[in-house]
Structure formats: structure tokens, C-alpha cells
Design a binder for this molecule. Structure first.
Ligand SMILES: *Cc1c(COP(=O)(O)O)cnc(C)c1O
Length: 453
């Protein structure tokens, strides 16, 4: 099958991350201290995060932030990642659209998450931290951080959402192979976990709960920092290597995207591929559309509300101005575990509010239909998360069939699905279902946050 790949030489791998906030006319509103409701200062984040990461989190001025040499060296082991012209998918659809995907699944751990894991582990090590904690949904972040922790000689404890711990045992094994300690969340090892288990003994966990547990452990352990794999500004910042590379690779292909698409959990792969292109919309040179593809069962961008909310279930985190379904929202057990989070990153939330991007929601079965078509056409089995981006791409490519337009569509293949074959088994057996979510259920959870600020 015809397939064209574009790669960059080592010299062309980005030397800086792109801080989109510095270019935004409307800056995101500040995160608030939940006690005082005052805007957070960098120092407020130092107990939780490595200092340089805290500084990056609140940086609204520096457009370009230099990538430390040690991190760039690690990037070189798998970057650049290929930009691929998906001729097979175009043909299967019969579309005049030109479809490209940025293949982040070629990282050693199989997803884009390593781009930020390496940076976060590096900064922790640099400031003398010995232990780090985190949470993981589907296990990709935990796997990436486990490898990064090993690379920079840190001890790691991972709280893994219980449903994924059971559905995706191999991701647990991967983390353990890299030497991490993995705990199913909710667990009895923290106050936050014990409280939830007492009230709901059969609760299968969520990212929100796992975050509460990881934060609690970091705050109560000496020389220990917390790390996060999505949602936060500094995480998305690190992911901008994706879009910067893609920009150069699209140039090699002699094209510029009309539409850029990413699946959406907290926003890091979507922001990572979009923001470097969005720069050119800000200056008026381009008019690219940016589409975030979220699951219909966890629709914070399409059906949530822009409001200050906690990033976690127990309410330990700062209050963040974001599109949210409420921090007590418990998403259905879809297989795209990495997209089961109640809120959207602060930057993306502001961009959506300002109509500088769009969002669509995708049902589970549409995502798997798209995944199987993509696998047949391009040979790569996509992660269930990434399949949402593929489904959104297919929708746009089908519109081109009707209009005859030769649009150029770029999407981020955030990861492969080789460790998610249990979910493909269920799909192939006809056992997967869509989950409908009533307006009442959404309103009930939003009601609970209306007095937070
Ligand atoms: C974690 C994950 C996501 C969702 O996270 P974002 O921060 O929204 O990118 C998407 N795809 C894969 C493969 C993931 O591992």
C-alpha cells in the first residue's frame, strides 16, 4: 500500500517549546487558591511541583522556552516522529481530502506522553527530588513516566484508575517492568481513597480520584513531587514538539493543513499538535480550523460549562477556570480511559470560549468503526483514545466527498492500541455499546460547583 513518511534530521528537532499563552490576546484567567480564592503565585505551586515546572505553568510572557539538553538528547532516541500521508485511508473513504497523521505511537512507550514525562522527570531530578507520584487512567501516562523516572533515576508510585488496572493489566506490567510501584485507585492507602471506598465500595475509579490520591501522597512524603500527564499548561507546553515538527514536515510535503484534529482528554496532544499552527492564525497569516474530538460519554467541551472547578475529586487542587462537567462527574467505563476526565485544560478552555477552536463529541462505536478502518487502511492499530481523532477526521473527509474540496487534514495519532486488544475483542464480538448521558445528569454535577467561586 502506498504510504509516504516524512522525517526530520536530528538538527531539525525543536530546541524550544512553544508557549501559546504568551501569544494569546485573552489570557486564561488565573488558577485560584481554593482557601483564599486569591490568584495563585508560582511559590504556591512549589510544594507540589518541581519549581521550573511551576514557573512554566504560570508563564504568560516567554513565547519560547528552551528544552534542556538532557531532555533533547532523550527526545532524539525516538524523534522526530513520522508525519505520514494516509493514502490508504483516503482511498478507503474515496475522499479528495489529503489526510496526514503525526505518528506519536512510535515512542518507546507507544504514545505522545513521553514528551512531557521526560521533561518532568528531568526537572525533578535537577532540583534534587528523589520520589515522584502520579495517577494514570488507561496507563499510558504511567508507562511513560515509569520509563522517564528510570531514565533520570527517580522512585515512582503510580495510582492507576481501578477500571484500567483490571481492563489493561499489561500497562500495569509495563510500569512494573520499568521499576515503578503501581496501586489500584481508589485505594486504602490515602484518606481520599478511603473516603470514596467507604461511600462507594464498588467504585471503579476515575482520573479525578487517582489525582487526589497521588497529590495526597506527594504532599505527605518528604522530598517527593507530584507530576501530571495532561490538563496542565506545562504538560501541553512540552507536547508542542509535536506541532513544531509537523509544521516542518508539512512543509516538506508542500502542504499546510486546513484542519488540525486531536483527540481530547485534558488537551495535551491536541494542544501539542495545534498550538504551533495556531500561531499563524493569531498573526492573521492563516485560517486553519482546530477540532478537539472528545468522547460523547465525557463531553466537557461540547456539553460542559466554563466555570472554576477543582482538578480532582477530593478538591485538593487549585481552582481552575475550565470547561468542566463538575469534579464529581463519574464518566462511563469507555475503553478510551485516557479521555475519561471531567475537565479541560485552562488554555484550551479559554481558546474554545473565544471561538479560536472547535470541539466535537464521538460515540464509542463510531470511534471503533474508525479505528478498524484505519487499521485496515494504514496498518497501525490505533489507541482507543486516538480513534476519536480518526473518527473526527473521517467526518471531515466525508464532507469533502460531498463538496469535492481537496482539504488538507492533519490529525495526531497520539498512540497505538496494541495493549488495548481486549477492547478490540469486545468490539469485534459486538459487545461494545454507546453510553447516553442525560442533560439532568450533567446539570446535577454542575449544580454542585456553582458556588465554588
Ligand atoms: C493520555 C492519552 C490521551 C489523552 O490525553 P491528552 O492530554 O488529552 O492528549 C490521548 N491519547 C493517548 C494515546 C493517550 O495516552
Amino acid at each position: 500500500m502506498k504510504q509516504k513518511r516524512y522525517l526530520l534530521s536530528e538538527d531539525n528537532i525543536p530546541t524550544h517549546w512553544y508557549n501559546v499563552v504568551a501569544d494569546m490576546k485573552n489570557k486564561p484567567m488565573p488558577p485560584l487558591n481554593p482557601g483564599t480564592k486569591e490568584p495563585l503565585k508560582n511559590e504556591d505551586l512549589y510544594p507540589l511541583f518541581a519549581k521550573k515546572l511551576a514557573d512554566q505553568e504560570l508563564d504568560q510572557e516567554n513565547i519560547w522556552i528552551e528544552i534542556p539538553e538532557e531532555v533533547r538528547e532523550m527526545y532524539k532516541s525516538y524523534r522526530s516522529t513520522p508525519l505520514v500521508r494516509a493514502y490508504g485511508l483516503e482511498k478507503a473513504l474515496g475522499t479528495p481530502a489529503h489526510i496526514y497523521f503525526k505518528n506519536e505511537s512510535v515512542s518507546p512507550v507507544g504514545s505522545h506522553k513521553l514528551n512531557s514525562a521526560l521533561a518532568q522527570a528531568y526537572y525533578c531530578k535537577e532540583e534534587g527530588v528523589t520520589n515522584i507520584t502520579t495517577e494514570t487512567g488507561a496507563g499510558q501516562w504511567g508507562a511513560a513516566l515509569s520509563y522517564a523516572a528510570k531514565a533520570f533515576d527517580l522512585d515512582l508510585a503510580v495510582y492507576m484508575v481501578k477500571i484500567s488496572y483490571q481492563q489493561k493489566p499489561y500497562r500495569r506490567s509495563i510500569m512494573q517492568t520499568y521499576g515503578a510501584q503501581v496501586i489500584a485507585s481508589p485505594s486504602m492507602s490515602t484518606k481520599a481513597g478511603r473516603k470514596i471506598l467507604t461511600e462507594h465500595p464498588n467504585y471503579m475509579g476515575s482520573l479525578g480520584t487517582a489525582i487526589s490520591e497521588a497529590v495526597e501522597l506527594a504532599m505527605s512524603t518528604e522530598n517527593c513531587k507530584y507530576t501530571l500527564g495532561s490538563v496542565l499548561n506545562h504538560v501541553t507546553l512540552h507536547q508542542t514538539v509535536i506541532g513544531q515538527e509537523a509544521e516542518k514536515q508539512m512543509e516538506m510535503a508542500g502542504e499546510y493543513p486546513d484542519i488540525v484534529i486531536g483527540c481530547f482528554g485534558g488537551g495535551s496532544n491536541f494542544g501539542g499538535i495545534s498550538f504551533p499552527f495556531m500561531r499563524h492564525n493569531f498573526t492573521g497569516e492563516r485560517n486553519t480550523r482546530f477540532i478537539a474530538a472528545e468522547p460523547a460519554s465525557c463531553p466537557k467541551l461540547t456539553r460542559g460549562q466554563f466555570h472554576y472547578d477543582f482538578g480532582d475529586e477530593a478538591g485538593y487542587t487549585p481552582l481552575l477556570p475550565m470547561f468542566t462537567l463538575g469534579h464529581n462527574f463519574a464518566p462511563a467505563n469507555i475503553h478510551a480511559g485516557g479521555l475519561r476526565y471531567h475537565g479541560a485544560g485552562v488554555i484550551v478552555s479559554q481558546l474554545l470560549k473565544d471561538n479560536l477552536m472547535e470541539a466535537v463529541d464521538i460515540e464509542q462505536l463510531e470511534a471503533f468503526d474508525a479505528a478498524v478502518l484505519f487499521a485496515e487502511a494504514e496498518g497501525i492499530i490505533p489507541a482507543p483514545e486516538s480513534s476519536h481523532a480518526i473518527a473526527a477526521t473521517i467526518r471531515e473527509a466525508k464532507k469533502c466527498i460531498e463538496t469535492g474540496e481537496e482539504k488538507t487534514i492533519l490529525f495526531c495519532l497520539s498512540g497505538h492500541g496494541l495493549i488495548d486488544m481486549a477492547s478490540y475483542d469486545q468490539y469485534l464480538a459486538g459487545d461494545l455499546v454507546n453510553y447516553s448521558l442525560s442533560d439532568e445528569e450533567i446539570e446535577k454535577n454542575l449544580e454542585e460547583i456553582k458556588d465554588l467561586v
